[in-house]
Design a protein around this ligand. Structure first.
Ligand code: SF4
Ligand code: SF4
Length: 67
């Protein structure tokens, strides 16, 4: 399991970034809204960020495609 950010619901508060023990949440480059994204390769699916996100649905659990 991994976690990604649903950009339509995210308010870019940054709490998931602060909570993530893997440093997997990064600001999206070249984005004027300062939105964040989860780097799939760095996310362990620990779920820590889910505890902190104030916006229901902004963090989405998913099964990554197997390479
Ligand atoms: S599930 Fe864990 S590793 Fe993945 S983004 Fe959230 S806090 Fe970071
Ligand atoms: S905690 Fe939720 S609302 Fe805040 S930046 Fe992360 S995904 Fe967006």
């Amino acid at each position: 399991m991994k976690v990604k950010i649903e950009q339509k619901l995210c308010i870019a508060c940054g709490l998931c970034r602060e909570a993530c023990p893997e440093g997997a949440v990064h600001p999206m480059l070249n984005n004027i809204h300062h939105w964040f994204e989860v780097l799939e390769n760095d996310c362990t699916g620990c779920g820590e960020c889910l505890e902190y996100c104030p916006e229901p649905g902004a963090l989405v659990e998913y099964e990554p495609a197997t390479a």
